[in-house]
Design a binder for this molecule. Structure first.
Ligand code: UD1
Ligand code: UDP
Length: 383
């Protein structure tokens, strides 16, 4: 029997981390031929993930440019994929989430009338400009997609409200599948400074910030809040793996270098990152992925944004929206430093985003779509 050819297209660090376990699960099924095309919208940060999960893409569009614009990512992806889609001739194209690679990947497949499967479908902030451009990217991808893999019940509900009911599956988030393989007891870090930290004796705060809508005043506020906190809590250690965006690099260095308890380090490999998160006291971030990972590891999260498309962990009480104003961020962090009961209340592990079986559900749902099995996977239910 002819195999179903599934082409997974991704390009940034978070897409790669969340698609890696799925690529492996697809490749392990004898009814499926799994092919990978990376756009390399991120170059170094993508390669870190590919090497951690031993994925060698069949196609690499190598599109990244320094300080690239949204248009250039979209155009270069569309043009590059035209040839790949023609040559590979997949039965299905999978894209993930909400980046420019996601949207342009879905559009390129749609132009060739190849069905698109959208992994991590249905997240919504309901604000077109925040996160920007991600909210529009995921909506547009939803319009183009044929199969929708919603991580949670709420994500599926968002899609239903927009009229998407066909081929809508609730799978859990593949990032939880990835976490199951990366966090290890007794782990030795690749980044040498991380091995020297006394995790039991020191409050380690893991910080990341990179979002485009935070460029400018919000990022200045975040950096200034962290500087104040670092000076007020010298016993704490702030570890900030700084995203390679030139703007983020410059702002982080200008506001935080020279402080003895702020460690500015290059982007971490995913194994280092997940194991650091598992050992830290608190996470401060504007990242989407960290909002899903940290609750699963029982770590409180202060979200450095005005909104979130991931309300489940906020409702579970382990994630708090701290905003992007300096005073708000400082007050929220102070409370967690000064009030052990407040910290403890946010430190219980919850898994609203997945149970580690998202990839096998998605694989089964794909087989169902192509008529290879008689029923789809049962829905992910968190509790
Ligand atoms: C992108 C995604 C965002 C996602 C984020 C994850 C879009 C529009 N944005 O944002 O949704 O949350 O990735 O990190 O798709 N750079 C490097 N090397 C790298 C990666 C980036 O040098 O490995 C630098 C380049 O100068 C690049 C810049 O960072 O131009 C920005 O990268 P880009 O992908 O455009 O935007 P991100 O902010 O990373
Ligand atoms: N991550 C990583 N190294 C880092 C920072 C983040 O491996 O230095 C991982 C993190 O654990 C998560 C993903 O990258 O799995 C999130 O990526 P990012 O914050 O860049 O994007 P977002 O999730 O906001 O789209």
């Amino acid at each position: 029997m002819k195999k179903i050819k599934v082409l997974s297209v991704f390009g940034t660090r978070p897409e790669a981390i969340k698609m890696a376990p799925l690529v492996r699960t697809l490749a392990a099924d004898e009814r499926i031929e799994s092919v990978v095309c990376v756009t390399a919208q991120h170059r170094q940060m993508l390669d870190q993930v590919l090497s951690a999960f031993s994925i060698v893409p069949q196609y690499d569009l190598n599109i990244m440019q320094p300080s690239q614009t949204l248009s250039s990512i979209t155009v270069r992806t569309l043009t590059g994929l035209e040839r790949v889609l023609e040559e590979a001739g997949p039965d299905l194209v999978l894209v993930h989430g909400d980046t420019s690679t996601t949207f342009a990947g879905a559009l390129a497949a749609f132009y060739r009338k190849i069905p698109v499967g959208h992994v991590e479908a249905g997240l919504r902030s309901f604000d077109k400009y925040s996160p920007y451009p991600e909210e529009a990217n995921r909506r547009l991808t939803g319009v183009l997609a044929e199969l929708h893999f919603a991580p949670t019940q709420q994500n599926a509900e968002n899609l239903r409200r927009e009229g998407t009911v066909k081929n809508l599956f609730i799978t859990g988030n593949t990032v939880i599948d990835a976490l199951h393989t990366t966090v290890q007891e007794g782990y030795r870090f690749e980044q040498p400074e991380l091995n020297a930290i006394d995790y039991a004796g020191r409050k380690v705060v893991l910080l990341t910030a990179h979002r485009r809508e935070n460029y400018g005043q919000p990022m200045e506020n975040i950096v200034s809040a962290v500087s104040e906190l670092a000076q007020n809590y010298p016993e704490a250690l702030f570890v900030y793996p700084v995203h390679l965006s030139p703007y983020v690099q410059q702002t982080a260095k200008a506001g935080l270098s020279g402080l003895p308890n702020v460690l500015l380090i290059p982007p971490l490999g995913v194994l280092d990152m997940h194991n650091l998160m598992a050992r830290c006291h608190l996470v401060m971030t504007d990242s989407g992925g960290l909002q899903e990972e940290a609750p699963a590891l029982g770590k409180p999260v202060l979200v450095l944004r005005r909104e979130t498309e991931r309300p489940e962990a906020v409702e579970a009480g382990t994630v708090l929206l701290a905003g992007t104003e300096r005073e708000g961020i400082v007050a929220a962090a102070r409370r967690l430093f000064d009030d052990p009961a407040a910290w403890k209340a946010m430190s219980h592990a919850v898994n609203p985003y997945g149970d580690g079986k998202a990839c096998s559900r998605i694989t089964r749902d794909i087989l169902y779509y192509f008529g290879c099995v008689s029923s789809p996977a049962s829905d992910f239910a968190p509790f």
